[in-house]
Design a protein around this ligand. Structure first.
Ligand SMILES: Cc1cc2nc3c(=O)[nH]c(=O)nc-3n(C[C@H](O)[C@H](O)[C@H](O)COP(=O)(O)O)c2cc1C
Ligand code: SF4
Length: 457
């Protein structure tokens, strides 16, 4: 039994569903505590329903994936190749590797049984033979908590043979990750789980729902996504769908970091708030005397927004919008409408105390390090972009580097096996497009001072 650390600053605007108990000082990670708070009742309810009816709740709830792409979970489960006759596997993606993201670990560290219950309901609905939690290697504490929680749940009959006295059996294995960003990409994760290097597979044909773990139909869902399954089945899909806004149901945990007064994780009803609410009200605003420079709205791979820019157009429903950053709805669709994405829900705030070139240099160093190296555009391009931005930060840039940088980004995106290509290209493409003046100014200053040369640092 591990007690959750105390956190008292839950913002009144939060609607805590997934993190409802997480920061309650009297709440701990034991199965008894979870049961005392109504835990595993939804699994029991699910076992009285037909698997397809449980699936139907998830469909009606409209749960969208919280791992990055926002794909509807129920729809993904529908794609499972059931005709193959092969066993079906469920994998919980607990790699949480996108820089800026720190929400899944809150769930695993503070309320592991909620995840286990969500996984067992998902497993029952999809007739999963075996389930796995692939947890980031750098979260050893989380792995210990999960292993202990699974053991306790197994002893109570909620995991393993004949769950809850039913005919359905399914066990969960905790697998510690291989400590690389690419292990979070679902097909790289599957390769790693099979004991190989995390080389992503090409889609098609290797869509996990058809050819996943051991070439069997496999569902990969994020930690937070699987927890939402508990609530969708508990309250019924239609009731769940009333939370949040159309096409953006439920709540979402946002990881807020960077230059705000109150960085942290905040669970909010989807679409009921804006980026302005999160940054200025919930996050306490910028540090005294500072101006906003940029916002990275959905993890380091998402396209940056420059302070003061406006997003105008017509949304899918034909409604006109004219937003500042502060007006963009905090949900899946708002950031996409504004040319970026909500990604993993990691909002990074950048003020004028830093140079934007340094920010991109930092991001590029990460993505160059994390490319698995299979595809030439990603392997060579990410390194090349890193070299140019390092050159800029060390005072050796040339004015032509700005266009060179942008053109490399343009030649990576859309030309690779996995979305790491976009993840490494989007920051460079968007930073250079939005802050071209700053990049040029820095490069021209360095060239004028005689320090610009073609050294590749
Ligand atoms: C480079 C890369 C890294 C990723 N890292 C993660 C991660 O750490 N955690 C995660 O849940 N999804 C990650 N994803 C997304 C997964 O591939 C996959 O879409 C997700 O786990 C599906 O779960 P969801 O539908 O519940 O969101 C990553 C994707 C890419 C391209
Ligand atoms: S895009 Fe990058 S990370 Fe993805 S498979 Fe290709 S080289 Fe590897």
């Amino acid at each position: 039994m591990i007690a959750a650390p105390k956190r008292t600053d839950i913002h009144p605007k939060e609607r805590r569903m997934i993190l409802k108990h997480a920061d309650d000082p009297s709440y701990d990670t034991s199965v008894d505590c979870y049961i005392e708070h109504g835990g595993y009742e939804t699994l029991k309810k699910a076992l009285t329903l037909k698997p397809e009816d449980v699936h139907d709740h998830v469909m009606k709830a409209g749960i969208r994936g919280r791992g990055g792409a926002g794909f509807p979970a129920g729809m993904k489960w529908k794609f499972l190749d059931r005709k193959s006759g092969k066993p079906i596997y469920l994998i919980c993606n607990a790699d949480e590797s996108e820089p800026g993201t720190f929400k899944d670990r809150q769930i695993m560290h503070k309320d592991p049984h909620q995840l286990i219950e969500g996984m067992m309901i998902a497993a029952y609905a999809t007739n999963t033979a075996k389930a796995f939690i692939y947890i980031r290697e750098e979260m050893p504490h989380g792995a210990v908590i999960l292993e202990q929680a699974i053991e306790e749940a197994r002893a109570k009959g909620f995991v393993g043979d004949k769950i809850g006295g039913s005919d359905y059996s399914c066990d969960i294995v905790v697998h510690r990750g291989a400590a690389a960003y690419i292990c979070g990409e679902e097909t790289g994760l599957i390769e790693s789980l099979e004991g190989k290097r995390a080389y992503p597979r090409i889609k098609p044909p290797y869509f996990p729902a058809a050819l996943g773990l051991y070439m069997c139909p496999t569902i990969v869902n994020n930690v937070e996504t699987l927890c939402h399954v508990v609530h969708a089945v508990s309250m019924g899909g239609e009731e769940y769908a009333k939370i949040g806004t159309p096409n953006n149901s439920g709540t979402r945990i946002w990881s807020l970091s960077g230059h705000v007064q109150r960085p942290g994780y905040y669970e909010l009803e989807n679409g009921k708030h804006t980026y302005g609410d999160l940054i200025y009200e919930i996050g306490g605003g910028l540090k005294p005397g500072r101006q906003l420079l940029a916002v990275i709205p959905g993890g380091s791979s998402s396209k940056v927004w420059r302070a003061g820019e406006r997003f105008k157009g017509k949304d899918r429903g034909g409604n006109e919008y004219d937003w500042a950053i502060e007006d963009v709805p905090l949900n899946f669709d708002g950031p996409m409408t504004a040319g970026s994405m909500s990604g993993s829900g990691a909002v990074i705030v950048v003020d004028d105390s830093v140079d934007i070139v340094d920010v991109l240099a930092n991001i590029n160093a990460f993505y160059a390090h994390e490319s698995c190296g299979q595809c030439t555009p990603c392997r060579e391009g990410s390194l090349w972009m890193k070299k140019i931005t390092s050159r800029m930060t060390s005072g050796h840039a040339r004015p032509e580097d700005v266009d060179l940088l942008a053109s490399i980004g343009d030649q990576i995106a859309g030309r690779t096996i996995c979305a790491h290509g976009e993840a490494c290209a989007w920051p460079t493409q968007s930073f250079v497009a939005k802050f071209r003046d700053k990049f040029l100014e820095r490069a021209e200053r360095q060239a004028a001072s005689g320090s610009g040369d073609i050294r590749l640092i």
